[in-house]
Design a protein around this ligand. Structure first.
Ligand SMILES: N[C@@H](CCC(=O)N[C@@H](CS)C(=O)NCC(=O)O)C(=O)O
Length: 244
């Protein structure tokens, strides 16, 4: 059985990494059985998660994982889409993974209050006398990556402006359809769902979350995807309903 190496639930999400969530949703879309195991970044070929192990073969990177499962299982997650629609789906996915996601990660890691409520919790298992130094080191590496990407060179208003443009583009492309490419979910919905759910996490009180909420179609879209692909997960909107 395929092993999916993941971080595990955090911030009310099935996984804090939208790339891991993308892969998990795509495995579920494909109807594949898999076992989710705790990943160790130090043991991954690209120092990134997700990776999968399939019959002794390690596949790293969510896009290559998708290609691998489609090729080896004879599955097409974009079945029924025209060439033009497939091109649009790829372009949407790149906008979300290589652009919007960086703004979301910046909010979580670079904003002190959000970092304390969120990513700092990843380091609770570190020995106490080393914890602060480890946190400082990892956070500095994230800051370097933000600079290298470019998102880290903008001020908050500029980052929000860029992220908002992507959100508006995504909202226009979604329109009033239930899923991005039509009546049924296809491959691109996996990351779109993952990054929108990640941006909506209530513990992070950010302008980016408000920008997502301002598009009326996104919350129902996330809930539709969650109901279909993570019915077992205790989403915050369900918990709020239970508590009320
Ligand atoms: N292109 C990769 C991106 C994966 C990625 O950025 N994963 C992050 C977590 S969200 C990670 O493992 N970061 C660890 C690091 O950069 O050291 C994919 O699609 O799988």
């Amino acid at each position: 059985m395929i092993k999916l190496h993941a971080f595990g639930p955090a911030f009310g999400l099935p996984d804090p990494s939208p790339y891991i969530t993308k892969t998990e949703v795509q495995m579920r879309m494909a109807g594949l059985a898999y076992e989710k195991v705790k990943g160790d970044l130090e043991k991954t070929p690209k120092h990134k998660l997700p990776i999968i192990e399939d019959d002794g073969q390690i596949v790293a990177d969510s896009t290559f994982i998708r290609a691998h499962i489609e090729r080896t299982r004879g599955i097409d997650l974009d079945k029924g889409l025209s060439l033009r629609e497939r091109a649009e789906a790829w372009a949407i996915e790149r906008m979300l993974e290589d652009h919007l996601c960086w703004a979301v990660v910046h909010e979580r890691w670079m904003d002190d209050a959000n970092f304390q409520k969120g990513p700092s919790l990843f380091f609770q298992a570190a020995p106490e006398h080393l914890r602060d130094a480890i946190i400082k080191d990892v956070r500095a590496r994230v800051a370097v990556n933000m600079q290298a990407h470019g998102i880290g060179r903008h001020n908050g208003a500029e980052r929000l402006d860029l992220a908002s443009r992507s959100l508006t583009a995504l909202a226009v492309l979604l329109g009033d359809k239930p899923f991005l490419m039509g009546d049924r979910p296809t491959g691109v919905d996996a990351f779109a769902f993952a990054i929108l759910a990640g941006a909506l996490v209530p513990i992070f009180d950010t302008p980016l979350r408000q920008a997502v909420e301002a598009h009326g179609a996104f919350v129902p879209y996330v809930q539709r995807m969650a109901a279909r692909f993570y019915p077992e997960h205790a989403w915050w909107w369900n918990r709020a309903a239970v508590a009320a």
